[in-house]
Design a protein around this ligand. Sequence first.
Ligand code: NAI
Ligand code: DG6
Length: 530
Amino acid sequence: MTATSTPQPADIKFNPKKCSLDKDTNELTSNYTYENIVFDENNQFDTISTNYKFKVDLSKPKSLGILLVGLGGNNGSTLFSTVKCLQNNISFHNGKFNTTKEPLYGSMTQCSTIKLGVDAQGNDVFVPFKDILPMMDPSNFIVHGWDINNSNMAEAIERSQVLQYDLIQNLKPFVEKTRPMPSIYYPDFIALNQNDRVNNISNSTQDPQKWQDLQRIRNDIKTFKHENHLDQVIVLWTANTERCVEIIPGINDTSENIMAAIKNNHQEISPSNIFAIASILEGAPYINGSPQNTFVPGIIELAESRNVLIAGDDLKTGQTKLKSVMMQYLVDAGIKPVSIASYNHLGNNDGKNLSSHAQFRSKEISKASVIDDCIDSNKILYPDIELKEKDNHVDHCIVIKYVPAVGDSKVAMDEYYSELMLGGHNRISIHNVCEDSLLATPIIIDLLVMTEFFSRIKYTKVVDGIESTDFNEFYPILTFLSYWLKAPLTRSGFKPINSLNRQRLALENFLRLLIGLPANDELRFEERLV
Ligand code: NAI
Ligand code: DG6
């Protein structure tokens, strides 16, 4: 593999000392020894080391089915349009010139690189992220989905006001024939101000039949898969933010209870609960791109028992991504942030929905959690709570306001106020204006590409030189996707990792080990030692 090539499966280069390729099955197997330092309760440590064998199926599917809940929204219609642009070479006027095939800026899989090593002169050598191993090309996505509004996709992109005028005109012939499938709407979960959008639903709001709703969504997934001859479908929620559901023992705490609660039309069963369960029962990975707590314990248990990949919550696009970087920078520099005030205003339909308190609260929770792991990492700056409560936390204030005039251009203003030595203070103010859905869409692409990629990987443990013939799939909560998610859903007993660099490092090192390379470090001994 060269630094610029786009390898086909046959071109994959790997370290033969660690990997082998089975040409019959087209699977690449790599050996990896995972080492970690484990401390006991007396603060004594030991090195643990576990041998694993990972197997990647190098044959990616010809097409990947994508079902979006919220297809007609800003993110949904922008993703749909992006794929149509790629598939049909649709050009558009970008300021001064006409262009086709602009790179998918903002997508880590499509536009970033990974360091593989150094050349003979000690210069770093990078390869495109997507070229390390075969990954889906977004032009091979087949996209459809549901929406509570029946506008066709030409009307949807016009309404969204995300894309430029001439691109919308050029896209129209390719998108106007698609209408979202009717969805399910339980009015209590999204803001009342969304009511006037509702004209494409299959349930009765007066006489709920949630069990039937579940069957119908399952059927939609099956039909889509069958009609498009697809091996795999991924379902992603990019519909309005819902209010959080209450976790109620006996209702949504186990998989058995939640199925019974659906049959009984329990009020705390949300539309996103129905979509997640339908996907899991159909074996389709489910990603929650919004902040609500769809993944109640009963749904996690169902995903575990069916071994279906799930990930969430809430796309990490602008302000929060920057916050996870800023916070890590400050804390790792030994500077002590004491307050972060984050203001947002936006004028799209997402902003309108979030102007309602219960839906705002879901977002507030997901936006707030992003600094927790940084605080936990440094007991010098943030000593244990018993010492003095005020020393232990950051005043973190989150405000979101709906300002229709700015449309999809979201404005984010953040002030980081920190303590310096000898009583000094440091105030950093950030003013960030971004086209919200043009940041979110490449992130959705990454989540889909990586979910499909991870579904082709299996592993087994090697104990005393003996490897089990049974290869396992990943634990269903796919925390490798945390890089793209604001409030990473995490396996019970583990804390989420929010720091962007740590999330990216995990992905890079995992891709490296699959081709037999050691974890990346920046020791640069070529330069530093004589
Ligand atoms: P949007 O309001 O433009 O689109 C949401 C769509 O969902 C609408 O077309 C609406 O009719 C539809 N919808 C509502 N309930 C539904 C249901 N039960 N079934 C099917 N469709 C339903 O919002 P946008 O901007 O596309 O954002 C979508 C979600 O992604 C929101 O929850 C938002 O908070 C989240 N998000 C958005 C980001 C962005 O940058 N745009 C970033 C991070 C998260
Ligand atoms: C206002 O905060 C609207 C939200 O939907 C955000 O646009 C979205 O959650 C992205 O947030 P962030 O913090 O990643 O920019």
